[in-house]
Every structure is written in C-alpha cells, then in structure tokens.
Design a protein around this ligand. Structure first.
Ligand code: PLP
Length: 388
C-alpha cells in the first residue's frame, strides 16, 4: 500500500495544477516585478491578480493583502509592528497560540516591556470571552488582542466575529492567526471586524515559503523588513513571484471546491472518530476536536489510553505519516503547551496524544488501514499491561 498521509495540519501535498502554474512562471515570468520593462511588468501583473483574487475571497481591498514568506513572518510582522509603530503597550493572548505568536509576544515583553495578559482556557480549550471583556476593561493601555481562529493541534474554533466585536467595543486592535482556517472556511472580513490575519499557502496544497498578512488599511501598520517599496513598503524585498502564483492557484482551487472538500473531509473525520471508538477502547478526543460545530473539520486530536512515546515512529514504519501535535513541537521532548492546557496530569502521564489531520484526498480505505495498524499497536499495549 502507498504511504498514508495524515499530517495535513503540518503541511499539505502540492496540487498538480499548482505545480503546473508555478513551472510556467519559472520558465516564462522571470522578470523582476519592480522593473519597468514588459518582462518585469508581466510578473507584476501576475502578483496583482493573486492579490485581487485573495482580497475578493476575504471581501477586503487588494491593498490590504501583503505577501510574505509564510504564516510565521506574517504573525511576527503584525505583532512586532503593532508595538514598534502603533504604540501597543499590552497584548492579550492565550497559551494556545502557535509558537510564532507565543515567542514574538515573549520577545516583545522582554525587549520592550510590553505587558502580556494570558486568558486561561478551560479544559476543553475554550477561550472565555468574558475574561477578554474583563481584561479589556481593566486598563487604558493601547492593546492588541491576539487569538488564533482554528487551533493547529486540537482544531478548536474561536468565535472570531464575537471576539472582534468585543475588541472594537473596547478600542483594541485584534489579530487572529488564521493560518489553519483561510482557504478551509469561507471568511468574510467585511463582516468580521478584525484588524490583522495571516495566511500560509502550504496549509492548502500551495507551496511552502509563500503566505500573506491581511492588514486592515485603517490600522496604519508599517513593515518591519525595510528596503525597497515592494508591498506598499510593508514588506521590502523582491517578490516571490513563483510562490505567490502557487498560493493564488491553490487558493482558487480551495475556494472553488470549499463545500465539496469540506463535506468529504467532515465525513472522513466522523468515520475516523467512530472507527477509533470501536477499535480502541478508552480512546478520548482532546479539546473540541470531535465536535463538528466547534472544531475545524481537518483536525482530530485523540488521546490513546496508554503511554507510547514511539507511536509516531511505529506508525511511520507502517507507512503512516502522522504527528502527535504541531510539527514544530512534535520533535521536542516536552509536551506542547496546548496539550498541557487540555489534558490533566494523569492523562498526560498515562496517555499518548495523536493528531490526525485530513485533506480532500484522504479516503476511508486509508482510515481503515490506519485504524487496523493502531489497533494492533494498542493490543500489544493491552497484553503488556496484563503481563505486568
Ligand atoms: N500558525 C498556525 C496556527 C500554524 O499551524 C502554523 C504552521 O504550522 C503557523 C502559524 C506557521 O506557518 P508557516 O509554517 O507558514 O510559518
């Protein structure tokens, strides 16, 4: 059997159409988009088309889409520029954020004395918006709220509409890390009053090294990479034309097929949940990940009822690619902050988290094979337990 890829929250395979679009650019459109001659201007036109399309999908203006190298860069730029250029003195965030937000926030605290307030999620990983209101009404300091839309480890969804309303009411800036949700959910930023968001093409079958930041024009954000006037001076550097075109093609395919993909993936996810429940007694699901209306349909976080730090390697040897948590922390010996938040001490001690993440090409046949293998591994743990 071919390898089974269940790590789509870490990254996705490139679509063949995306590869074709990028190869065409590599062969033909080698011009520098800042050059005034026609070869340069043709490359520029390709970038501007992707900008217009992305803006259309999100219902914003093209000037509010700033191409970057990835989600990490977009989030860094937004958080750091808010402090450097917009006078933000306080950041309200949560311990569930991706490392690129968490580390940027800590750096801003250490280097610039920015006050950082962490909202405490409950054991399901929910953010309590009353806590947010309370924190916002406690201080007059210029504040940025940074809360992710869809969690990359447990799939929990934040009510961004309501969060944005609360931030607006309290005159706070609102940034949401939307890396896992853009091109997977239909987002209308003309109705959601957030100021900043981030996107990464490799989460939806586009290339790595290509993303964008959504920067609401009225926010007045400036860039942190200085140099030429590219990206309206918000992100200097010759544009990655190939990557941007790849992002555009991937986003076009994702948005054109959004409902079809979503229906298929949700069906596969529900099937996985019921198969796992039947085959692995005692399995649990973390956060809201098994709840259809409260989690992203591409992510399922399970807790196996035994300790097995080698689970990823064992599955890999059987041809199944899967992570225990986020790709950035899965190589680390320490459990991730997200897992520490949603699991009790006993569960951490006696259980093994496993993140199963799907895409539109994942089949039930693949899930059957994966669950069969997992069942065998689980049975060996059962025998070990009985013998000990
Ligand atoms: N934010 C979230 C929620 C993510 O899942 C990731 C990637 O795993 C990132 C940010 C970083 O994106 P990139 O890999 O494009 O730097």
């Amino acid at each position: 059997m071919d390898k089974i890829y269940l790590d789509n929250a870490a990254t996705t395979a490139l679509s063949p159409e995306v590869i074709d679009a990028m190869v065409d650019v590599m062969k033909i459109n080698y011009g520098n988009p800042s050059s005034i001659h026609s070869i340069g201007q043709e490359a520029k036109a390709l970038i501007e088309k992707v900008r217009r399309d992305a803006a259309n999908y999100l219902k914003v203006t093209p000037a509010e889409i700033i191409f970057t190298s990835c989600g990490t860069e977009s989030n860094n730029m937004i958080l750091k520029s808010c402090v450097h250029h917009l006078g933000v003195q306080r950041i309200i965030t949560s311990p569930l954020e991706h490392k690129c937000v968490a580390e940027s926030t800590l750096e801003l605290k250490k280097l610039f004395g920015v006050e950082v307030v962490y909202l405490r999620p409950n054991k399901k990983g929910d953010i309590d918006l009353n806590q947010l209101e309370e924190a916002l009404s406690k201080s007059d300091k210029k504040t940025l709220v940074s809360l992710m839309h869809a969690n990359n480890e447990i799939g929990n969804l934040l009510d961004i509409e309501k969060t944005a309303e609360i931030c607006k009411k309290h005159n706070a800036l609102f940034h949401s890390d939307t890396v896992q949700s853009i091109a997977h959910l239909d987002l209308d930023f003309s109705k959601i009053h957030l100021d900043f968001a981030s996107c990464s093409a490799h989460k939806f079958h586009g290339p790595k090294g290509s993303g964008f930041a959504f920067v609401r024009k009225s926010s007045g954000l400036k860039g942190i990479i200085t140099g030429g006037p590219q990206e309206r001076s918000l992100r200097a550097g010759t544009e990655n034309v190939v990557g941007i075109v790849g992002l555009g093609k991937a986003m076009e395919i994702a948005m054109d097929n959004l409902e079809t993909y979503k229906t298929h993936i949700q069906d596969v996810k529900n099937y996985t949940i019921s198969k796992l429940k039947k085959s692995i007694p005692g399995i649990k699901f973390n956060g809201r990940s098994a709840e259809e209306d409260r989690s992203l349909y591409t992510v399922l976080s399970a807790l196996l009822p035994y300790k097995d730090p080698m689970i990823g390697l064992k599955l890999d040897m059987e041809g199944i690619a899967i992570s225990q948590g986020s790709a950035c922390s899965s190589g680390a010996s320490k459990p991730s902050m997200v897992m520490m938040m949603v699991l009790g001490e006993e569960e951490m001690e006696n259980g093994t988290p496993l993140r199963i993440s799907f895409c539109h090409t994942t089949t039930k046949g693949e899930i059957n094979h994966f669950v069969d293998i997992l069942e065998k591994i689980s049975a060996s743990h059962q025998i070990e337990k009985i013998n000990s």
